[in-house]
Design a protein around this ligand. Sequence first.
Ligand SMILES: Cc1cc2nc3c(=O)[nH]c(=O)nc-3n(C[C@H](O)[C@H](O)[C@H](O)COP(=O)(O)OP(=O)(O)OC[C@H]3O[C@@H](n4cnc5c(N)ncnc54)[C@H](O)[C@@H]3O)c2cc1C
Length: 306
Amino acid sequence: MYDVIIIGGGPAAAGAAVYAARKKLKVLLITGEFGGQSIVSADVQNWIGTKSLSGLELAKNLETHIRNYQEEVEIKAPELVTKISKKDGGFLVETDRGGVYETRTVIVTSGARRRKLGIPGEKEFDGKGVAYCSTCDAPLFSGKDVAVVGGGNAGLEAAVDLLPYANKIYLLEYTDTLKGDPVTQEKIKSSGKAEVIYHAETVRVEGEKFVTGLVYKDRVSGEEKTLSVGGVFVEIGSVPNSEFIKDLVELNKAGEIVIDHKTSATSVPGIWAAGDVTDEMYKQNNISVGDGVKAALSCYQYLLNK
Ligand SMILES: Cc1cc2nc3c(=O)[nH]c(=O)nc-3n(C[C@H](O)[C@H](O)[C@H](O)COP(=O)(O)OP(=O)(O)OC[C@H]3O[C@@H](n4cnc5c(N)ncnc54)[C@H](O)[C@@H]3O)c2cc1C
């Protein structure tokens, strides 16, 4: 029987694990991998206390800090939680490796993953011209015409990442306005390399060995048009990793775990959640760490009161 099972290995998990360990709780941390989503970033410049470091370095630092508490924190990785159920005043946590673990409390920090377009050709050409990380893959599209799908901050930043490499960038937005920061919009528009296409609904990715085109429908005229591009960057947001707990705690429409922002408590006593898997408005590394800390401190108080 563990005091707390922490699900995840990103910044929120690190915050929760370090604080839970320092309260001398008996912790089991189960994660697919360590580091979290920004592991792919070439340069993280807003990790407070460090001017600049790579996502990989940040991930390594978090893992090392967690592993420093080997007496208190047992680790199962790579292992994915598939189900959580209530049992005898505590919880039963099941995993894809056949693990069944009993715990008094749970902290969920399973983060989020990239949203997919779900159109024909996307899966087939994943890694063959279809990309989800501009920071990682922009240099591979040197001299090519590329499409970026999504006019929010993620899409705009992908376009900025592509500016030094791509020959031409088509930025496809579903509505009639870009949602991202005006400063970034200006940078793209003034580059002379980018063309914004509004009212665009993506239909299919075309190609042979690699991507050769993206077909979209103009939502106003209903006409289908083809862009001859060698790459398609998909930047349409993320999906919370909350499937394994959807029948137990309250989720919002987006599938995010609804928490009390003062304590990180979920709708079920004994379960807390932190970071990108929650309805926290700002999805950032520093915020995730802080929310993880909050969850661990609330969990400790709960166990003391029991
Ligand atoms: C490309 C990119 C660049 C970014 N750059 C920055 C930046 O520069 N600065 C910044 O502040 N933020 C940045 N962010 C946002 C930041 O990465 C996230 O806010 C942060 O990673 C969220 O942390 P988290 O711990 O909540 O979740 P995540 O980082 O998503 O971590 C989730 C963890 O849970 C594990 N997991 C998932 N499902 C399960 C399961 N079923 N069982 C067990 N484990 C599971 C995963 O393996 C992972 O370890 C970036 C995001 C992206 C995508």
